[in-house]
Design a binder for this molecule. Structure first.
Ligand SMILES: [Zn+2]
Length: 531
């Protein structure tokens, strides 16, 4: 039997796929074939049932994408920050935000309108094209819809993991749930500032001398697994040998990427309203730096959003693993791929800050290292973890070599700061020992901190505690930046002197706790308990 599919019908189905995939991306989700399939089946069933309901479904999806697209494509899926921005922003801020939106956003809008017109055109010419399908097909569609949308839900249910209606895999359900929970947790206009706000009045200035500052933000790096911090393996030759200041007791602000970096990169004060425009990038720009952000992490949605808000205020930003680029699904990017855009950024002659945000040692570590490791330690995952830190150290070495080369060629002095967003904690899964995100014990907050540069000629250590909650004044001191807006802690951040309030971290709940009140469980204890 030969199925004859007229060309116009084929075009219609292609347009339908493109339409739903595009709306999904504009709502701040990544393209998912399953979610697109669900939307298409839903449309078929509704249109066959009552034409006007099918049209309404298309219309509502189209309108949501149109209204939210410019936020969804730049910021990510709907959350409380996005709701605050959409509902409580003033015109000036909204305009400033809109004018910073890249041209590619317009291309998505254009594409969506073209796809919609194509679909409407076909439906007007063939209004009854679905009416010939029998009840058998309808039942098959219903069964497929159920299977596609509820498999995760049922899997969780069978494993005893709590399941919710919003676990059903469908863009429509996700969006409804996002709207519901975002509006519920929105500050209802209480906060004076939104993510649209880009105006910071730092009035900062900086000392001359150093041309290039590089901040390497590692990921999920437990300090006691670094050879340089006493681990029984040599996985960090760069960190162990390079001249500079090694901080022995630096703490991350919290134990996860978003809870840590959304505190470390922004100016936060307990009295004043949190204003996202006051962050590391705007501080550096105000002090006359050219700023570049190069990231191997996600660009938008959920945990990535508060970090990309800062990243996107940089003069230039690159997300090498942007999920909107279909090629990136095929070609896996690693931290190594940050080096090429880094070299390009180095070519800028003026004073600059370059941030490299790594994927580092994020679980699972074996996915970071392609299952490769040098020394076996207790489990494959722990062995890969040691290897992932070795890769990070090698990357830092390449960056340092490039900076030294620049200094030799152009006399540009430089400084480099290496740290990580948080640590991890020991646990087990079906494959044995591994390290996961947890916030209960000290190790989750103990991260490396190292400063090197052309003006460091020996190795020093700082024993005094430093908390990531004060990362902004710390980094300002590193960049020799001063501003009245920075909190005055009366602290010599880069010297081995005791400073006030450096013993605090944030639990996931948002509770601020004393680090020394958390239980200690370090690598040595682990080795003793698991010989
Ligand atoms: Zn992280």
């Amino acid at each position: 039997m030969k199925i004859k599919l007229p060309f116009s019908t084929l075009c219609f189905w292609v347009l339908l796929v493109l339409f739903f995939a595009t709306t999904q991306i504009m709502l701040g989700n990544y393209f998912g074939p399953r979610e697109t399939g669900i939307s298409i089946i839903l449309f078929i069933l509704l249109y066959r049932w009552k034409k006007w309901i099918g049209y309404t479904f298309l219309g509502v999806t189209f309108s949501c994408a149109l209204l939210y697209g410019f936020v969804g494509l730049t910021y990510g899926h709907l959350d409380k920050n996005a709701v605050d921005a959409l509902l409580f922003t003033n015109h000036e801020e909204a305009w400033e935000y809109a004018s910073s939106v890249p041209v590619s956003v317009l291309a998505w809008y254009g594409a969506l309108i073209v796809f919609s017109l194509g679909i409407i055109g076909y439906l007007r010419r063939h209004p009854f094209f679905l009416q010939k399908t029998g009840p058998g097909t309808v039942m098959a569609c219903l069964a497929l819809l159920l299977a596609l949308s509820s498999s995760t839900y049922l899997k969780n249910l069978s494993r005893g993991i709590p399941s919710h209606w919003w676990d059903l895999k469908s863009t429509e359900i996700h969006f409804t749930h996002s709207v519901y929970s975002a509006v519920r947790s929105s500050s209802q206009g209480q906060s004076k500032y939104s993510i649209f706000n880009r105006h910071a009045d730092w009035q900062a200035s900086s000392e001359e001398g150093i041309n290039t500052y590089v901040l390497i933000l590692g990921e999920s790096a437990r300090r006691d697994f670094f050879g340089a911090y006493g681990a029984p393996w040599t996985n960090t030759p760069w960190l162990s040998q390079e001249n500079g200041i090694l901080f022995q007791n630096y703490l991350s602000a919290s134990a996860g990427t978003a809870p840590s970096l959304s505190r470390q990169l922004y100016l936060r004060s307990e009295e004043a309203d949190f204003n996202p425009a006051y962050n590391l990038i705007t501080l550096a720009k105000s002090a006359g730096f050219h700023t570049v952000w190069i990231s191997a992490q996600g660009e938008r949605g959920g945990a990535d959003s508060p970090i990309s808000v800062v990243a996107k205020m940089a003069d230039k930003y690159t997300f090498i693993a942007d999920n909107l680029n279909p090629l990136n699904k095929v070609i896996k990017k690693t931290d190594e791929d940050l080096l090429e855009p880094f070299q390009e950024a180095l070519a800028h002659p003026g004073k600059k800050l370059i941030v490299l945000h790594l994927l580092g040692s994020h679980p699972q570590a074996c996915r970071r290292t392609d299952d490769r490791y040098t020394e076996f330690f207790r489990s494959e995952e722990l062995s890969c973890y040691i290897e992932s830190l070795r890769n990070t150290d090698r990357l830092a070495q390449s960056v340092t070599d490039a900076l030294k080369q620049e200094e030799k060629l152009h006399g540009r002095q430089w400084r480099l700061l290496f740290t990580a967003d948080h640590g991890l904690d020991f646990t087990t899964d079906q494959n044995g020992w591994c390290l996961k995100h947890m916030d209960k014990r000290q190790g989750s907050y103990e991260v490396p901190m190292f400063i090197t540069g052309s003006d460091y000629h020996d190795r020093q250590t700082v024993e005094a505690f430093r908390s990531g909650i004060d990362f902004l004044p710390f980094a300002a001191s590193w960049m020799k930046i001063t501003s009245d807006k920075l909190p005055d802690n009366d602290c010599q951040w880069l010297q081995d002197s005791v400073c006030r309030n450096q013993d605090y971290v944030f639990r996931y709940s948002g509770e601020k706790v004393r680090f020394h009140d958390l239980p200690k469980f370090d690598l040595n204890t682990f080795i003793q308990e698991n010989p």
